[in-house]
Write a protein that binds this ligand. Structure first.
Ligand code: SAM
Ligand code: SF4
Length: 349
């Protein structure tokens, strides 16, 4: 079996398995890739309505993204997640999924997945499944069509619901990501738990994070600590902590009444860094070693300098060698300034 998997690894252009270990003895197995900073929505907590996007020439081409992701897989990354911006609005993105699907086939990669707003799933769900994608995270903060428009500004609720149905019909598991927003969707969290339970989707609540200037509504007003979300849920549901971990910031409970898992991502109120297994690549080839720190490494220059991966591999090793022990988020209560200046759509959350 092992020989077979080594053989197919060679066939996929990925050599013998290796491991990436950072200075704090954490194994890096998970690469999140923002494939575009553009989006067909303008969610109020993520973007301003008049965002300026990167010139297309600055972006890694799809061929370069394939080479970059494959270099990480060769080094020991076992899970790839595409995000954005909205990953499914990047032109010809299915080509990249098809290319990287070879690593799923060879066994070099365990998981090829994406985080999406769901708007394009109706179009692409079948093709994603054919590329080896088994599950998707869909961001959905409300089940109320009017509120959905208020939150996403440009989103169409029915299109997203159709997309979620198409994903399930294609055999993809769906996890719903819901940003908990005080005064916006606080009255709906029970309905979301019920709906996810009925539909068989797992559900994760995300605390709103201080990232990027978004204008308009102030983030401190929206901030709703997940400890309070959980307390509210417990008034109606029986929640039991479970030991399910993904190496990320989510902590999970099981809901006895629905049988579903509910996750809580609490970057502001919890320290989750000791088990961090991930790094993030932007669409311009910048590698962020930590979501909550500014330090980053440029991988585009070494990628473009030569056709073999020697320089790129050196740059990856050097960057991982600088991965910090932990993050440093703060919501500055006096100035209401974001703790980290870049938008979530740069690193994809
Ligand atoms: N467009 C895709 C989507 O919405 O799923 C992928 C990119 S989006 C930046 C990834 C996730 O980040 C989404 O679940 C979104 O709700 C979340 N997000 C965006 N801005 C956020 C913020 N300021 N605080 C917390 N989560 C945020
Ligand atoms: Fe687009 Fe996702 Fe940001 Fe909403 S959260 S604006 S869908 S990138």
């Amino acid at each position: 079996m092992e020989a077979e998997s080594q053989h197919s690894r060679a066939a996929s252009g990925v050599d013998a398995p290796r491991r990436i270990i950072d200075p704090f003895d954490r194994e890096i197995t998970y690469l999140r890739v923002s494939v575009t900073d553009r989006c067909d929505f303008r969610c109020v907590y993520c973007m301003s309505e008049d965002m300026t996007f990167l010139p297309k020439a600055d972006l890694l081409t799809l061929e370069e993204l394939d080479r970059m992701c494959s270099a990480f897989v060769a080094k020991g990354v076992r899970k790839l997640r595409f995000t954005g911006g909205e990953p499914l609005v990047r032109r010809n993105i299915m080509w990249l999924f098809r290319q990287l699907g070879r690593h799923i086939e060879s066994g070099a990669l365990d998981d090829l997945t994406l985080t999406t707003n769901g708007s394009q799933l109706g179009k692409y769900a079948d093709e994603l499944a054919a590329c080896g994608v088994r599950r998707v995270n869909v961001s959905l903060d409300t089940l109320d069509a009017k509120k959905f428009t208020r939150i996403t500004r440009w989103g169409r609720f029915d299109q997203v619901m159709d997309g979620i149905r198409a994903a399930r019909a294609a055999g993809l598991a769906v996890k719903i990501n819901c940003v908990a927003l005080k005064g916006v969707n606080d009255e709906e969290i029970h309905d979301l738990v019920r709906w996810c339970g009925d539909e068989g989707h797992d559900l994760t609540f995300i605390e709103v994070m201080p990232m990027g200037e978004i204008g308009g509504e102030m983030r401190l007003d929206q901030y709703w600590p997940l400890s309070m979300v959980r307390a509210e849920l417990q008034r109606r549901w029986t929640l039991t902590d479970i030991d399910y971990r993904t190496g990320g910031p989510a902590r999970y409970v099981e809901c006895a009444e629905t049988g579903g898992k509910i996750g809580f991502i609490t970057p502001l109120t919890h320290n989750f860094c000791e088990s961090c297994n991930r790094v993030r690549l932007t669409c311009t080839g910048t590698l962020y070693m930590c979501l909550g720190q500014e330090d980053a490494a440029d991988l585009r220059a070494p990628l473009r300098t030569s056709e073999d991966n020697g320089l790129l591999n050196e740059a990856i090793d050097e960057a991982i060698g600088r991965k910090p022990e932990g993050h440093d988020f703060i919501i500055d209560r006096r100035h209401d300034k974001p703790g980290v200046g870049r938008h979530m759509s740069v690193t994809g959350g």
